[in-house]
Design a protein around this ligand. Structure first.
Ligand SMILES: [Zn+2]
Length: 307
């Protein structure tokens, strides 16, 4: 018999290698069509007329979280990369949260590539060179007291990383389960999956569509929910995070006492729909809605119930 024809698996040979899912996926930026006018400058400069409010987010880690600070500690006689803290409490710094949100915002809008244009939604919300954005993001503070104790987590050798932006695409990390590497070389401090944080977001003078855009970007709008990635070692499965809206209040400053009037905002879906409507005519191929669907679909492997 011709051996080459014998395709039966042989027990003494290893089977095919398991397919390791790619660490990233790309979202196409919907900013290539030149016909969309830049945002009106008065949105950036006017001080009245928009919505003011406060959003409280509930952040739940779905895989372990490590936010590196460059500080190293000792655990069991070996070096451990510490996670971010405020005094003794492990936190998610506002800058880390803002970075994660802006990354998604740039992928979902016709944004500038260099955060300088002062004419796109991400610049309006998160700021631009020489311009302070309309949204202030405060750090995520653990809900539990005492704060959860971080645990060591072994990572394999670091591999080199490519650029995260390629012209018309934004690169994201895939969500997958994180497994400590028993032969790992780097010990990092992580907060366990299931740790819950609260973070405040304040915004001033946002048009309703821009507020809808901000809500979409949080990944907490019902029907448009997805997971975020935050912190270090994202490619190894760390840093998947679910965001929920814990509280949302609109504020109006009155001339007479009581000086601040609070009220409920329109439903998040309604505000998000206003943004989607505003962008629709400039996005005939539906890149924006397709990108939202991709973010949601890419979150599914972790089997979390999404908003
Ligand atoms: Zn911009």
């Amino acid at each position: 018999m011709d051996n080459r024809m014998d395709r039966r698996p042989r027990p003494d040979r290893p089977g095919p290698r398991p397919v390791v899912p790619a660490a990233h996926f790309n979202l196409q930026r919907p900013d290539l069509r030149p016909d969309r006018p830049p945002l009106r400058q008065d949105l950036f400069t006017s001080r009245v007329g928009g919505l003011d409010g406060q959003l409280e987010l509930r952040l739940v880690t779905v895989t372990p979280l490590h936010i590196g600070t460059g500080l190293t500690g000792l655990e069991g006689g070996r070096a451990i990369m510490l996670t971010a803290r405020c005094h003794e409490t492990p936190v998610i710094p506002g800058t880390a949260l803002k970075g994660a949100l802006r990354m998604v915002a740039e992928a979902l809008s016709r944004s500038c590539p260099d955060q300088r244009c002062r004419a796109c939604y991400p610049c309006l919300l998160f700021g631009s060179l020489g311009y302070r954005g309309k949204v202030t993001i405060h750090p995520g503070i653990p809900e539990a007291t005492p704060a959860p104790r971080p645990l060591g987590f072994m990572l394999p050798l670091r591999s080199s990383r490519g650029p995260s932006r390629v012209d018309d695409r934004v690169r994201f990390y895939n969500h997958r389960k994180a497994q400590p590497d028993p032969k790992g070389v780097e010990l990092v401090e992580t907060l366990a999956a299931g740790t819950v944080f609260r973070a405040q977001i304040h915004y001033l003078n946002l048009p309703p569509a821009a507020l809808g855009f901000l809500l979409l970007v949080t990944g907490a709008v019902p029907g448009f929910g997805f997971l975020h990635k935050i912190g270090g070692a994202k490619g190894m499965g760390l840093g998947s995070m679910k965001v929920e809206i814990a509280q949302h209040r609109l504020r109006t400053v009155l001339r007479k006492a009581p000086a601040i009037h609070e009220q409920d905002p329109p439903p998040a879906q309604e505000l998000a729909r206003q943004y989607l409507e505003a962008e629709k005519e400039h996005d005939p191929r539906g890149v924006l809605v397709a990108s939202l669907a991709t973010l949601r679909e890419k979150s599914l492997p972790l089997e979390v119930e999404l908003p």
